[in-house]
Design a protein around this ligand. Structure first.
Ligand SMILES: [Fe+2]
Length: 283
């Protein structure tokens, strides 16, 4: 439940919706940050609209029949976002804060940090091209309105948690845009795309238990296990959910391809090519 509602839906899908709406509301389509960000949001509003309906509305909807129910899942998300910090969204700081720098064979960290750094280099090149100094950042009222809306509506005005309410420096913009792109690409893939492989075997991670887990060793039997796990119909609902969530769509746009070619500047086109080379995409 924590995985599905907090780490998948809240931290990737629903925050992506905040970034998308703020982008649509505050940037004209010719703004370089609109051009940079919008390809990453192409299906966000659609998938979230369908997702809310499919996860919560019908009688057999997975969240509705889960142990917490719709209200409980929403409460879990509400509590998590009220405790969320900016550094927890930024992978390098997140890994350090959790003391996970040196544990072996941790592929999420290894692959994730590589991806974070590749995105960061690309974002740095593009942002520094359009904002040669901090004063350009401070003077861009559209950019300031954009982050202000995200701060208010996405991060609930929680300044103590380190979220920026405005941008004063080029570095702050680079870090925030890197975080946004990483969250809607690599982070989403990490928490989303393996769900069928892992969760279609319901004992691995069920949204519903009919009884609390045992507290004493040796007290479980096949009978108590079967009484605790979801029944066949409920299992079908959860398995169908993770199948849909893990499906690879035919219209997927790989990160870094930018097929709409919104940028005209040769320098930016070259940066995109270098980004693609770093990502091992065909040129
Ligand atoms: Fe997802």
């Amino acid at each position: 439940m924590d995985h599905e509602s907090v780490h998948h839906l809240m931290n990737t899908h629903f925050l992506a919706e905040v970034y998308t709406l703020a982008t649509l509301r505050n940037f004209p389509v010719i703004h370089p940050l609109y051009k940079l960000l919008f390809p990453h949001f192409q299906d966000t509003l659609f998938v979230n609209t369908v997702g809310r309906k499919d996860l919560m509305e019908s009688d057999q909807a997975p969240f509705r029949i889960s142990s917490l129910g719709n209200d409980g899942m929403i409460e879990l998300m509400r509590r998590s976002i009220s405790e969320m910090t900016y550094s927890s969204l930024c992978l390098p700081e997140n890994i350090t804060a959790r003391g996970l720098e040196s544990i072996p064979n941790f592929y999420y960290r290894d692959d994730g940090l590589k991806l974070w750094n590749i995105i960061n280099s690309f974002v740095r090149a593009v942002v520094e091209y359009y904002y040669p100094s901090d004063s350009e950042v401070c003077k861009d009222t559209e950019l300031q309105e954009w982050i202000s809306e995200i701060f208010t509506h996405g991060f609930l005005g929680n300044k103590d948690a380190g979220f920026p309410a405005g941008f004063n420096t080029v570095e702050e913009v680079i870090k925030f845009i890197t975080m946004v792109i990483f969250k809607v690409t690599g982070q989403h893939a990490a928490v989303n795309s393996g769900q069928f492989d892992y969760c279609s075997w319901v004992p691995n991670g069920s949204l519903l238990l009919h009884k609390p887990p045992p507290t004493t060793k040796g007290q479980s039997s096949m009978k108590t296990i079967l009484e605790t796990l979801p029944n066949v119909g409920e299992t079908v609902s959860f398995a169908a959910m993770v199948w849909v969530l893990s499906k690879k769509y035919t219209d997927t746009v790989p990160m870094g391809t930018y097929p709409e070619e919104r940028f005209d500047e040769p320098a930016i086109k070259q940066m995109i090519k270098e980004f693609q080379a770093e990502l091992f995409l065909p040129q």
